[in-house]
Design a protein. Structure first.
Lengths: 321, 287, 247
């Protein structure tokens, strides 16, 4: 299957969603999926390409969302200024958190990201004077990029498509760039990379900040969409969900996180109308995925597809893909 | 002055509870090289099951401690034996599974016991404060401190004087060597996991009169355990002990004096430790 | 007097109670072919790890062309002209051979920080990598995945990666380990083609090949230098025989 053809088809499909779907509820759902797809892609830079599993990624979505809301409603800034400042704050936090988290690797790294994420959540929850605590913070209105009104579902959806396109394109460029190659190298053989002259710590820190930045972009979209943000968005559950999206889809490819975002968001929204126990379901999906499908849906399905078509690939080639 | 007495005793009580929580966490992490993210959920579940036991038997808090601790230990054993063992060698997978399990436990607790906090009464005899020099000392908090110290001593004796302890220490030090000299590692893992779960579960009940059982208790306790272990060093009981009391004081006085910034204040010791002593105060490095 | 290419002075390292390297001093002159030998556990790989920065010494110094290395992190040492191959292969198994060499070339190039331009557009790197592979006889296998190559081919790849960086001092940690007789001779022939502007320090067990190649030899035993000198001197020295035959 030609990659370009698939991408073109996907792009057309994305643009056609409002016609295909027609219903405001589903158009909004599609916007939500795009927000989480950006978040999952940003985390995948860290997890899939960098080999660094983080359980604190929701922090960047939350910080950007809260900062934007605060700058607009409390500091009285314009939407554009608020957006830029929110992203700058997110980058700064990611840099600091990255330095702290990279004091360890593997599970130590995981624990530190978790603890830092929890601390940000605790701050949002307790620092009532700043964040409104449990009541959350409202964002009065959505911005009007280039003067276009995006307060309605369909225009907002296209705005989200645009942001997703930008995010996807940028992350795609990073993945195929020299930096992307060194990031993957640092994931596979960090000691070797140092012995070749690469500054592994710096590579990982830059990846961490990039992931935080795009997580912040998702956060901006989130607060524009909901026009509201509450501490829930920073809870461990949110970090776990986005990690699950990257793993469920299959952490290495680009399609993996997107598939994961689609599946989890759909299940969460559609199932929640019938069943109240989303958390149990989330937990169960986690356990089942890790135990039975560790390589994720996309690689797993790809393999199944090949087998169904009767193609038996030699072992080496299967390893290469 | 009374304020400081109360806060100090609140701090040592919290420290004691944190020790019960994080000693198990630290042992599991040290031996199995895996942070058990269900540990906060074990604490909360223990509290709920403790209340259930007390209601079922009509007994005092101590029956609750027994019931909660045992039940959680059994659950922990099942989790370890049937799921974690299947992922042996894949520590990251194990961590994610414990995370998933923590969500399931939290949700089931919500389903079973509802959203309102359930108070857990302290034993009658311990409810009146001790008066000394004109100041009132909340008795139960002193008891919690005492229990934590007793458990610390018992754990120390276990680790230092028994064969089981020697096996655990060997496993923490060098897993391959331990396997090589014939230590039954799989069974040891299950045992230590049960022990850690029991401590957490019992801790939840013991903490009941102070904290009650409520949804979100797990999310409140887990990061504290993490910070204690990052501070005190993985696999070190002494580190867990010292770290628990440091965090108990920092968190408690922080919440009392600067309620908005409690979590920020929690942040600081952890940051300092990470920057200057990445292996924690007493333990081995997180690398 | 010419500065030594690699100068080690009073280097010591203990692991807990175990002294791995004890007061080791040696000087390798530019262009020299130095062989480090000694029984297993003599500290040869530890010595390499101390030179590359994987380990920090307890005492002593390491200098590269007069530049003190001890305070520098590993990647800075590589930028000063050091390169190393490993006893246990550490390659990038899911990548092609040419990608492995490209990663090596990127290590010294500011291009490695570029997060935007596709790597495939950098023809200069791909060409240089292809050339490096051809020099070790792997030119026709450039597009193969490492996982699909033989052990001997992977050893050549390691060499290609190190040589592509045109290092001033090259540390070879048992480059012939695990190879067939034919492969050994082939790699040894390859080693003789390395120009003299590369100083070579090699750890090796295969005596025939190594002795043929080495100009000066340092014998290590229990972390100490026991004998050092030209090939003839070391071979004749009774202490060398004792170190090896005493076991």
């Amino acid at each position: 299957m030609n990659r370009l053809a698939v991408t073109a088809a996907a792009a057309v499909g994305l643009l056609a969603v409002p016609w295909l779907v027609g219903n405001d509820f589903y158009i909004n759902l599609s916007s939500q999926i795009l927000i989480y797809a950006i978040l999952a892609l940003s985390l995948n830079l860290l997890v899939g390409f960098g080999g660094m599993t983080s359980l604190g990624h929701a922090a960047y979505l939350g910080i950007a969302a809260y900062a934007c809301a605060w700058f607009v409603t409390q500091a009285g800034l314009g939407q554009l200024a608020a957006m830029i400042l929110a992203l700058l704050l997110t980058i700064a936090t990611a840099a600091v958190f990255g330095v702290l988290s990279l004091r360890a690797t593997g599970l130590g790294f995981l624990m530190i990201t978790l603890a830092l994420g929890q601390i940000v959540w605790g701050m949002a929850y307790r620092w009532v004077n700043l964040t409104g605590g449990d009541n959350g913070m409202k964002l009065g209105s959505r911005p009007a990029p280039l003067g276009i009104d995006i307060s309605q579902p369909v225009p907002f959806y296209y705005f989200a498509v645009g942001m997703f396109g930008v995010a996807f394109f940028c992350l795609w460029r990073v993945a195929h760039s020299p930096f992307g190659a060194t990031l993957r190298g640092a994931r596979d053989q960090p000691r070797r990379m140092r012995m070749l002259g690469h500054h592994v710590w710096m590579i990982q820190l830059i990846a961490f900040v990039m992931a935080g930045f795009w997580g912040g972009v998702a956060g901006l979209l989130y607060v524009y969409y909901n026009q509201f943000v509450s501490p829930n968005v920073l809870a461990l559950q949110q970090s776990a969900e986005v990690l699950l999206m990257t793993i469920l889809g299959g952490a290495t490819a680009f399609s993996g996180p997107i598939v994961g975002a689609i599946v989890i968001t759909l299940v969460k929204n559609l199932v929640s109308s019938y069943v109240e126990r989303w958390n149990t379901l989330l937990g169960a999906i986690f356990v089942i995925t890790v135990v039975f499908m560790p390589e994720g849906l996309v690689p797993g399905c790809a393999r199944l597809w090949r087998r169904l078509r009767g193609q038996k690939l030699p072992k080496a080639e299967a390893k290469a893909s | 002055m009374q304020f400081w007495v109360i806060q100090t005793l609140n701090s040592v009580a919290l420290g004691g509870l944190l020790f019960l929580l994080s000693s198990g966490f630290s042992l599991i992490f040290g031996l199995m090289r895996m942070p058990n993210l269900a540990h906060g959920a074990f604490f909360m579940l223990g509290a709920y099951l403790g209340v259930a036991t007390m209601n079922a038997t009509g007994g005092t808090l101590w029956w609750g401690v027994l019931g909660g601790g045992l039940a959680v230990a059994v659950l922990g054993g099942i989790l370890e034996r049937f799921i974690l063992r299947a992922l042996a060698g894949n520590e990251q997978g194990q961590v994610l599974v414990t995370l998933g399990v923590s969500f399931i436990i939290a949700d089931i607790c919500l389903l079973s016991w509802g959203g309102d906090p359930i108070p857990i009464p302290a034993p009658l005899s311990l409810r009146r404060p001790i008066f000394f020099e004109g100041l009132a000392f909340p008795t139960y908090r002193l008891v919690v401190l005492g229990l934590a110290v007793v458990v610390a001593i018992l754990l120390h004796l276990l680790m230092d004087r028994t064969r089981l302890g020697a096996m655990i220490r060997a496993g923490v030090d060098d897993m391959q060597m331990a396997r090589g000299i014939g230590i039954p590692v799989s069974r040891l893992f299950t045992l230590v996991f049960c022990l850690g779960a029991a401590l957490a579960g019992a801790g939840g009940v013991i903490g009941g009169p102070i904290m009650a059982a409520y949804p979100g208790l797990d999310a409140d306790m887990l990061p504290l355990a993490l910070v204690v272990v990052i501070l005190g060093g993985v696999g070190s009981l002494l580190g867990a002990f010292v770290g628990s009391f440091i965090i108990g004081f920092v968190y408690n006085f922080g919440t009392a004096l600067f309620p908005d910034l409690a979590y920020v204040i929690l942040f600081l010791p952890m940051v300092l430790v990470l920057v200057f002593l990445p292996q924690g105060l007493f333990g081995r490095t997180l690398r | 007097m010419t500065a030594a290419a690699l100068s080690i002075d009073g280097l010591s390292k203990r692991f807990g109670g175990l002294p791995a390297i004890q007061d080791v001093s040696l000087q390798v002159m530019p262009g020299e072919r130095r062989l480090i030998i000694g029984p297993n556990g003599a500290g040869k790989t530890t010595l390499f790890n101390l030179i590359t920065g994987d380990l920090r010494p307890d005492t002593g110094s390491v200098s590269l062309f007069g530049q003190d290395l001890v305070k520098l992190p590993t990647q800075r040492r590589i930028h000063l002209g050091l390169a190393r191959t490993y006893q246990i292969l550490t390659l990038f198994p899911r990548e092609t051979l040419i990608h492995n060499v490209v990663l090596s070339l990127l290590g010294l190039s500011p291009t490695r920080w570029n997060p935007w331009r596709p790597l495939t557009r950098y023809r200069a790197f791909t060409d240089a990598a292809a050339e490096a592979l051809t020099r070790v006889g792997l030119g026709d296998k450039a597009r193969r995945i490492v996982a699909e190559t033989s052990y001997g081919e992977r050893r050549r790849l390691e060499l290609a990666m190190a040589l592509a960086q045109r290092p001033r001092v090259l540390l070879l940690d048992e480059p012939l380990a695990g190879l067939s007789q034919e492969e050994r001779q082939s790699i040894q022939a390859l080693l003789t083609t390395i120009p003299r502007d590369v100083t070579i320090v090699m750890i090796e067990h295969d005596m025939d090949v190594a002795l043929a190649y080495a100009e000066r030899i340092t014998v290590l035993h229990y972390g100490q230098v026991i004998v050092e000198g030209t090939r003839a001197e070391v071979v004749a020295d009774p202490r060398t025989k004792e170190v090896y035959l005493g076991h």
